[in-house]
Design a binder for this molecule. Structure first.
Ligand SMILES: Cc1cc2nc3c(=O)[nH]c(=O)nc-3n(C[C@H](O)[C@H](O)[C@H](O)COP(=O)(O)OP(=O)(O)OC[C@H]3O[C@@H](n4cnc5c(N)ncnc54)[C@H](O)[C@@H]3O)c2cc1C
Length: 585
């Protein structure tokens, strides 16, 4: 008997079709940091594997990433450089409740110990698996660079790198391509098939209790650049399935693996964890891919449970980031103008060398923060607590509490003065600066460096600048008099050498040389840290704590694990693929 109809939170439950359009032993949804290892691991056991990917090419957030991969526990790289580590040490590190960040938030307290034990036990095997499948890491000792919440006892960060200078193989030119492009090549060489441009919209599960997941439905959703007639296409094509049928059904005789990358792009979903995360906050990873919670929603529609929700609101690591580039909507890093998707990105953004060159104001034109202060702390990593004694509450004495630090996001979203109906969001943050700052920073204030269509404005006076701001997230016009007053007051702080309002150390430059500029500087959402409940084999669990047979999950769509990025994703992908392929049909 088929289940059908609307499920929880808008996802449907798929009908069991009379005939299926495609079939494989293991069907992986998503071709990023979790999906590619899952596909290869399952294929290595002899299973037939089909990867369904919503985007025109593989990679997900992983291909845009810095390629820093935290995997330890005694890897060959750690041993080569004499670093002592073990699965037990990884487990102890990542469940140590006493570790607290400088902003007072606990790093590992809300991790699920079952999930952590499974990760610790597969960490080293996952690293060797990546290397065996072509990933090349820099010949340097594992370190702390880029590491977030990787544990205090041993350096565990490994660095993939990307050397293709053409820009074709990477949508951003960043080192994450050095992780995912070799995995993709290995998967294709081993016979994994890819159904790109297809978005999974529902799972199909038997109605008879305890019904197993049989497959899924997916919709054809090609992507086209503005003004182009042909859809974007993948860089490699071996193993790609050509299909333009609007909706297809796909049978998974053994298992479906959800590797859909989390919920950062779904405003309603992310607001379940933190109501402040309204639509004004853009997402790192867009517009390449959109992690829209479709994996979570489809699984919840067939009964799955969410898990470890507390991890999503811990204000550390990469949950929410300060912008790194100004004047562009997608402002987490400065984009390569040669990127194949640059017409969607629209502007590379301005790299800020010295935050003394700008002030930040809210949508009303009011200053609210010391601009030189940055993100939340990264999360505990090697040797941050010294001395360190596992599970000793006195570890807290080793961290330098400073409650005035790390509050940029809180300051930016908590501006009640600027908020209004319908949801009382605080609105955008704008960087305000003048022509002299442009000269000092050597910025170019024209496309493709900035986006004048909504994200960067200039005018001969501050009052005219405020009036010029037109942006979809600006809920009300900026008050020109308020902006003028804010700049005048700041200029007086430069004269005085102190900032009595927000404590910016020795304000250095007046903002008084026209033209004046307003550039998008709104913080953005980066990571998903809570998702579906999984067990030690990465099987998805239901609300009664029972396994949903035939359904697996890993990476940012899985819950119970507070760590940034590629370590947990690649390891859980490797685990999910291995265990899913072993499932009886
Ligand atoms: C700019 C940036 C830099 C980063 N740098 C680092 C770093 O240096 N080190 C680190 O550890 N982490 C880093 N991260 C984080 C890391 O990239 C992610 O945590 C990781 O890629 C998540 O893996 P995933 O498999 O869960 O999702 P992804 O890698 O994002 O893959 C998910 C895939 O699923 C697809 N998908 C989603 N929904 C569907 C659907 N319904 N149907 C079909 N396909 C679907 C998506 O299109 C996507 O391709 C970075 C992230 C970003 C955005």
């Amino acid at each position: 008997m088929a289940t059908a109809g609307p499920g929880a939170l808008g996802a449907d439950i798929g009908q069991i079709p009379a005939t299926w359009d495609f079939e494989a032993d293991v069907v992986v949804i998503g071709a990023g940091a979790t999906g590619l290892p899952a596909a290869i691991a399952a294929r290595d056991t002899g299973a037939s594997v089909l990867v369904v990917e919503a985007n025109y090419d593989i990679g997900g957030h992983a291909i845009l990433s810095g390629g820093n991969v935290p995997l330890g526990g005694g890897t060959s790289a750690q041993r080569r450089y004499g670093i002592v580590d073990s699965p037990d040490t990884v487990f102890a590190d990542l469940t140590d409740w006493t570790i607290v960040q400088p902003n007072g938030w606990p790093d590992y307290r809300y991790n699920d110990r079952l999930v952590m034990r499974a990760f610790a036990d597969h960490c080293t095997a996952a690293y060797e698996f990546l290397v065996a499948n072509g990933v090349k890491f820099k010949e340097v000792p594992p370190d702390n660079s880029g590491a977030h919440s990787t544990g205090n006892s041993a350096p565990r960060e490994n660095h993939a790198f990307w050397t293709d200078g053409t820009g074709l193989g990477s949508p951003s030119g960043r080192d994450g391509a050095g992780l995912v492009r070799p995995l993709e090549a290995s998967a294709r060489a081993k016979g994994v098939r890819f159904l790109l441009n297809h978005k999974m919209i529902s799972l199909v599960r038997e109605a008879i209790s305890p019904g197993r997941v049989l497959g899924l439905t997916a919709q054809y959703a090609p992507r086209t650049l503005p003004g182009a007639t042909t859809p974007l296409h993948s860089y490699r094509s071996a193993g790609n399935i050509d299909s333009t049928t609007p909706q297809v059904s796909i049978r998974a005789s053994k298992a479906v693996i959800l590797a859909t990358g989390g919920s950062t792009s779904n405003v309603n979903f992310r607001r379940m964890f933190d109501p402040r995360l309204t639509e004004v906050y853009q997402t790192a990873g867009e517009p390449y891919t959109f992690q829209d919670a479709s994996g979570e929603l489809a699984a919840m529609a067939v009964g799955a449970s969410l898990w470890g929700l507390g991890n999503q609101i811990l204000e550390n690591g990469d949950g929410i980031r300060t912008q790194r580039a100004l004047g562009a909507r997608y402002n987490y890093f400065t984009w390569d103008v040669n990127s194949p998707i640059f017409p969607l990105v629209r502007a590379s953004g301005l790299d800020v060398q010295d935050w003394q060159n700008v002030i930040l104001v809210n949508q009303l034109g009011q200053r609210f923060y010391d601009e030189t202060k940055g993100d939340y702390p990264n999360g505990n990593r090697y040797n941050e607590f010294s001395p360190y004694k596992p599970n000793d509450y006195r570890n807290n004495a080793s961290i330098d509490y400073n409650p005035t630090e790390y509050n940029f996001f809180n300051a930016a979203v908590a501006m009640n003065a600027a908020s209004g109906p319908p949801d009382y969001a605080a609105g955008p943050v704008w960087a305000i600066f003048d022509a002299a700052a442009v000269a000092r920073e050597q910025w170019r204030m024209t496309p493709p460096y900035v986006d004048p269509a909504g994200y960067c404005f200039s005018a001969p006076t501050l009052v005219e600048l405020a009036a010029a701001i037109r942006n979809p997230y600006q809920q009300r016009p900026m008050d020109g008099a308020a902006l003028h007053a804010a700049v005048e007051r700041y200029n007086s702080f430069v004269d005085a050498g102190v900032d009595p309002d927000f404590g910016k150390p020795r304000p250095q430059y007046k903002i008084h040389t026209p033209p004046f500029y307003a550039a998008w500087a709104t913080p953005l959402v980066h990571d998903t840290r809570a998702g579906l409940r999984i067990n030690a084999q990465c099987q998805v669990m239901d609300m009664q704590g029972e396994v949903i047979s035939g359904l697996y999950c890993g990476g940012e769509s899985a819950g119970g694990f507070n760590q940034h990025g590629l370590g947990r994703c690649t390891a859980q992908g490797y685990m999910a693929g291995t265990y899913a392929a072993a499932q009886r049909p």
